[in-house]
Design a protein. Structure first.
Lengths: 292, 447
């Protein structure tokens, strides 16, 4: 007993190092979150100093809100297509840039660069490209194109192209690192056993890339589910509701429509969705990983 | 040296990491965006400054949404500071789209902005209900304004905001294109569309539309719709009833009218109507590719820069004919920014001095000269651009109206309508569908 007490006293100084982090997390994440939960049960308009509790009305409204389902549909469509595209492109680029290519460091930098610019800037560059650059360029070839962002059928694809262009860098680096961790003996022996390059990739490289795939899928998917800045600066949800995603929808409700309480309720619903998606995804991919 | 550098670097990295953690916590990404820009506001300085002694130097913070004329306003402030050496004005211009969010966040978090701009009507009422606005009704400088204007901008019979500027919203047109095609200035809606057809047949773009920016379409819709609702269909209490849930868009013929008008404009607009933004539309007009543009006076300075010839003599301005009754198609003349004083301000005295300056003839003239919009101050000059002088007969004869006073509801139906109507453009929904959607949406939002 005395021993335990001494151990505790001797080890407590470790906690000191935890304090700043815990405090920061408590004040920057937990406290606003708890306050947010409280507001989600009120009809607060975002300005007034008075608010009244309306129970679960916000949540009931949300589930009856046809727009919310459209918006969730858009969000998942965007996130899933983007996750698949980014990962496929990133793996291909990583394979290419991990091989003995002349000037591969230069190429790595080039493909990584778009990720360094801010999303806002990328959004502006691309909306300009779409509305001015490409139409003018292609008109000299006799083609008449308009900005995909102005057409509800193409707007989401237009956004995904921007996001892929910008988002492929980081996953690519992670994949390159993953590829370099794979012992050469394994691929070499597979080749000696008569496996072609495709077979080597499918049976050796890809399974061993498992951890990288997991982390990249997770990062890109949760990141793209939360997309806000790109949509906000390029289409702001339009045309119609074609690119309205959950974050811009929450923002509009909470701020433009003066329904902070309802916006909070939507945030909470979205938070639950994110947690569920992440847990499910991690459990699926962890099972498929192979240890080296 | 090296050690210092690496320490500095790791510190910078640390801060970057920490802020990244704060940014990505959960679904509340929306609620964090504004706080980032609002956190290091200079307003806190003035809040903690000692209470206003007229002789002591004070700093008042002034936040406004006329960011398109930031330089012009800076010049006006210079003039004010020269006359009042004890008062420093800390100006914070904010883009109109983000203004409401930022102001709301600042006020709700206890940050005191001494003076800020507001739009008359429902926004002012919201901030008044929140208890943020000082009552200005009995102050001396309010006498410099027309009682009619003051009455129009009053909330429950009291003035919490001081009218600042106003401007017409009408249709700019290219005189050369009109002359070449032998077109007269249309005074009815049908005539406007006939002219548009002729312009289109001649291979030009009739209307420059920058509808990628939601506000450009919304601005037109929030004027065409109430005008038709109240003046043509006589539904004077539509918006009152909308607030309490007694009126439906389905029972308002103007809803169909405005959708068909929107389709007309869409048809006669530049190609890629929803891909071109406000600046792109102004460009089209300034390059003389488009013949008409429905807009306020804001792009004038821009057009002057891009095409001085057009600005000086090549363009005119006519009221937008929302109906086929020429006697009703008056000039839309709307208040823009109004000034409010924070009721929690510790520098009210200085803030009132600032308002008094803006309400004086000198302030009004400075406003007109520097911002290219009209001032409400009695006797201030009205000479802002050659194109606008064409509207003089409407001012002289009082053929002005303000469709915004019809909108008495605090429900944000306009944003919703603007977004829904875009579905009709691309045949994603019929007018009946979106009117029903709109009613469903309003049903959940009335008080």
């Amino acid at each position: 007993m005395k021993n335990l007490g001494r151990t505790i006293r001797r080890e407590t100084w470790y906690i000191l190092f935890l304090v700043p982090g815990v405090l920061l997390f408590a004040f920057a994440v937990i406290a606003p979150f708890v306050a947010g939960v409280r507001y989600s049960f009120t009809n607060w308009d975002g300005v007034s100093r008075k608010l009244s509790y309306i129970g679960l009305d916000n949540y009931v409204n949300a589930f009856q809100d046809a727009d919310l389902w459209t918006v969730l549909g858009n969000t998942f469509k965007y996130a899933i297509i983007l996750t698949i595209l980014v990962n496929v492109v990133a793996i291909l680029l990583a394979l290419l840039l991990d091989s003995y290519l002349p000037m591969r460091n230069l190429f790595r930098t080039v493909f990584f660069l778009p990720g360094v610019i801010s999303v806002v800037l990328a959004g502006f560059i691309w909306s300009y490209n779409y509305s001015q650059g490409f139409p003018k360029l292609l008109s000299s070839f006799g083609l008449d194109v308009t900005s995909p962002l102005g057409n509800p059928d193409q707007a989401l694809i237009g956004l995904i192209i921007i996001a892929v262009w910008q988002g492929v860098g980081t996953p690519m680096i992670i994949y390159i690192a993953g590829l370099q961790n794979i012992p050469v003996e394994l691929t070499e022996s597979a080749r000696i056993d008569g496996a072609g390059p495709f077979r080597v990739f499918r049976s050796v490289t890809l399974p061993l890339l498992g951890p990288s795939v997991t982390i990249n899928m997770l990062l890109v998917l949760t990141g793209s589910l939360k997309v806000f800045d790109l949509v906000y600066v390029t289409t702001n949800g339009g045309p119609g509701f074609a690119t309205e995603v959950i974050s811009t929808f929450i923002y509009k409700n909470a701020f433009s429509s003066f329904k902070a309480g309802y916006g909070m309720a939507l945030s909470m619903i979205f938070f639950v969705i994110l947690v569920v998606v992440t847990v499910v995804q991690v459990s699926i991919f962890r099972k498929r990983e192979v240890e080296v | 040296m090296n050690k210092k550098l690496s320490f500095g670097l790791s510190f910078a990295l640390m801060t970057a990491l920490l802020s990244a953690c704060g940014g990505g916590n959960d679904g509340g990404s929306a609620s964090q965006t504004p706080s980032a820009s609002g956190s290091n506001s200079p307003a806190t300085e003035s809040a903690s400054a000692p209470a206003a002694e007229p002789s002591e130097p004070v700093t008042i913070s002034f936040m406004h949404f006329k960011s398109d004329v930031t330089d012009g306003i800076a010049k006006i402030i210079e003039q004010f500071e020269a006359e009042n050496p004890n008062i420093t004005v800390d100006v914070q211009p904010v883009k109109y789209d983000d203004y409401g969010t930022l102001l709301k966040t600042k006020l709700a978090s206890g940050d005191i902005v001494d003076v800020f701009t507001l739009n008359a009507g429902s926004t002012t009422k919201l901030y008044h209900d929140g208890g943020y606005l000082e009552d200005l009704t009995d102050l001396e400088f309010m006498k410099n304004f027309d009682p009619g204007v003051l009455a129009e901008q009053a909330t429950d019979g009291r003035n919490y905001i001081m009218p600042l500027n106003a401007g017409p919203i009408a249709v700019f047109y290219n005189k050369k294109i009109f002359a070449d095609l032998g077109l007269d200035i249309p005074t009815t809606y049908d005539a406007l569309m006939e002219s548009a057809q002729k312009i289109k047949d001649a291979g030009k773009t009739p209307f420059a539309l920058g509808w990628k920016d939601g506000w450009t379409l919304g601005m037109w819709l929030s004027r065409d719709f109430p005008s038709n609702t109240v003046l043509i269909d006589g539904q004077t209490d539509f918006f009152d009833k909308l607030e309490t849930g007694q009126a439906k868009f389905a029972d308002n013929p103007a809803a169909h009218t405005v959708i068909s008008h929107a389709l007309d404009l869409f048809k006669f607009g530049n190609k890629d109507q929803l891909g071109v933004d406000y600046n792109g539309a102004v460009d089209l007009f300034a390059r003389e590719e488009a013949a008409m543009m429905y807009m306020g006076t804001w792009p004038l300075a821009d057009i002057q820069k891009k095409n001085p010839e057009l600005y000086e003599s090549g363009m005119g301005y006519f009221p937008y004919p929302f109906s086929n009754d020429p006697s009703l198609n008056k000039l839309e003349f709307n208040p823009d920014a109004s000034l409010a004083v924070n009721s929690n301000s510790e520098n009210k005295e200085a803030a009132f001095k600032f308002l008094a300056f803006m309400a004086s003839k000198a302030g009004g003239d400075a406003w007109v000269e520097n911002t290219n919009t009209l001032s409400y101050v009695k006797g201030a000059s009205a000479d802002i651009a050659p194109a606008v002088t064409e509207l003089q007969p409407y001012f002289d004869n009082g053929h002005l109206y303000n469709s915004q006073v019809f909108i008495t509801t605090t429900i944000d139906w306009n944003t919703q309508f603007t977004q829904y109507v875009q579905k009709v453009f691309f045949n994603k929904a019929t007018p009946e569908d979106i009117i029903k959607d709109l009613d469903d949406w309003v049903a959940k939002n009335h008080k």
